[in-house]
Ligand binder design. Sequence first.
Ligand code: FPP
Length: 265
Amino acid sequence: MSNFFDKLKPSSLFKKKEKQITFEGKAPKHVAFILDGNGRWAKNRSLPRKAGHKAGAETLEKILTACKEAGVHTVTVYAFSTENWKRTDEEVAAIMDLLDAYLDTILKRYEEEDTRARFLGDMSPFSEKIREKIALVEEKSAANSTNVNVCLNYGSRAEICRAFDLLREKGITHATEKDISSVLYTAQTGDPDIIIRTGGEHRLSNFLLWQASYAELYFTDTLWPDFSREELYEIFGKFSKTVRRYGGYDDSSENKSGITSGVTQ
Ligand code: FPP
């Protein structure tokens, strides 16, 4: 398959217009996305589901750019769950093609984009070709400064089971919260400040259950392919006004426990 993003359509005019969209306050440092609604987006247009995933991949590119331009340091995306294998062979194959093309794109652009890509999850069921490309992308982009975590064949409960095994291997029997965080796939990039789920459902679907403890949760009815920079920045604007109490209380004259606004964690 030829290059993933080269096939994508955004016109430069549209891009220019999008770049003027802004928001008040500071962006969160770490944003996580549950990309839901590709299938319904396609169905609404009488298109095959794979067309929805292709449109979703185009949106992913735009939103990653928008996050970067807003100053987000880490983006974590739920691209393929442990349950997604239950889809038809045709749909799984279409997503694998998009993944393959995405990997080619990163390999081509990792220097100019300055993004470090990590793939979180159990990679063993993927084809050898995909696994080799993933390893190459991770190696080549390792010196870059901002992060994109792509969760593939990922499930949070499986991640926690794996963490138990890793702790046991380390001989840790009385684990601290720090110990547990250190053996999760997100050990290097930490917990998200916000999790945004498109597609109208109000649940986490086995995504970052440990890491979501203090995250702000945003749910939107917008189907992922229609999710825009404008809506993202609206959410960032709201996020920057939230006060995160971490179980403490907010009293700016007597701040007891490092209570912070959404952006200064
Ligand atoms: C959820 O929508 C989306 C997915 C399971 C796949 C997401 C994949 C991409 C955005 C493209 C691939 C990109 C990479 C980097 C692998 P859904 O199909 O569950 O939508 P529905 O709820 O409307 O059916």
